[in-house]
Design a protein around this ligand. Structure first.
Ligand SMILES: Nc1ncnc2c1ncn2[C@@H]1O[C@H](COP(=O)(O)OP(=O)(O)OP(=O)(O)O)[C@@H](O)[C@H]1O
Ligand SMILES: [Mg+2]
Length: 251
């Protein structure tokens, strides 16, 4: 069974950066093969782990539905879509990548969505770890998928308001009815020492604090220069933070 790690949290709190750091950790510790799944329609998870993607599940489904009557001769709907979906899976060394892209818009997509669910379930069995970068409240992901999540990481920035928002989003995730084995909070871009007031606010939310990731200029620098975060040096402050946290959760 694969171990599924999903990231959620308000815009700009560092979900994609943390997802990329997690991928770096898994690669470095031979926790492979990995599937990186970008479930944020506007995300850049692929770039942050140095993979180029052309097509997304959304674009394939949209095309498929548009050309409904024009299946290649001898092909069933199911086999055609399976083939297309296989083509959008970017295969790398020890890691594959897939992006969901934008939702397909109005119309009935029930058949396509159920093919997609089956496909994902089959695909998932090929990987030891699956890392999913989501949009804020994970609605997009949950619509297409009903698999369990082993570790849901709610991300927050370093502020009282941020912690409250993370709690609110965490409650929204509950409404989706996903099976979540363990749910934790990561506070990102912190100073070396976390303020007592923030710790008290975290306590009030009842969320389990996985830990914090310090603010690291090198992440910004890599972002500005379009460099993959998986290429960050191992002794980078932020990577050392994530390494310490994951050592406790992933064995
Ligand atoms: N620990 C950190 N130290 C310094 N900068 C960071 C850190 N984590 C993230 N950043 C910077 O914060 C910005 C937002 O990060 P990121 O894109 O990962 O957030 P996000 O939650 O995925 O955003 P979105 O909701 O837009 O997808 C980026 O410019 C990134 O470089
Ligand atoms: Mg992002």
């Amino acid at each position: 069974m694969s171990y599924i790690i999903a990231l959620a949290g308000k815009g700009g709190v560092g979900k994609t950066s943390i997802a990329a750091l997690i991928v770096k950790y898994l690669l470095k510790n031979n926790k492979t093969p990995i599937l990186a799944l970008d479930a944020d329609p506007n995300s850049n998870f692929a770039e942050s782990i140095g993979i180029n993607i052309d097509d997304t599940i959304g674009s394939v489904l949209a095309d498929f539905l548009k050309n409904r009557g024009e299946l290649p001769p001898g092909m069933t709907k199911q086999s055609f879509l399976d083939l297309k979906l296989h083509q959008i899976l970017k295969e790398g060394k020890n890691i594959d990548m897939m992006a969901m892209g934008a939702p397909e818009g109005p119309g009935c997509y029930c058949a396509a969505n159920s093919i997609l669910k089956d496909y994902f379930e089959k695909l998932a069995t090929n990987y030891k770890y699956i890392v999913i970068d989501n949009e804020a409240g994970m609605e997009h992901f949950s619509r297409k998928n009903n698999s369990k999540i082993d570790l849901l990481i709610m991300c927050s920035n370093y502020s009282l308001k941020g912690i409250k928002t993370a709690k609110r989003l965490s409650d929204l995730v509950d409404a989706l009815g996903l099976e979540i084995k363990e749910r934790v909070l990561i506070v990102n871009q912190t100073p070396e020492q976390i303020d007592q007031g923030i710790l008290e606010e975290i306590k009030k939310t009842g969320l389990q604090l996985m830990g914090s990731i310090v603010s690291d200029n090198l992440i910004e620098e890599f972002e500005i220069n379009g460099k993959a975060l998986t290429e960050l040096p191992d002794d980078t402050k932020a990577y050392r933070s994530i390494e310490m946290l994951l050592n406790k959760y992933i064995n």
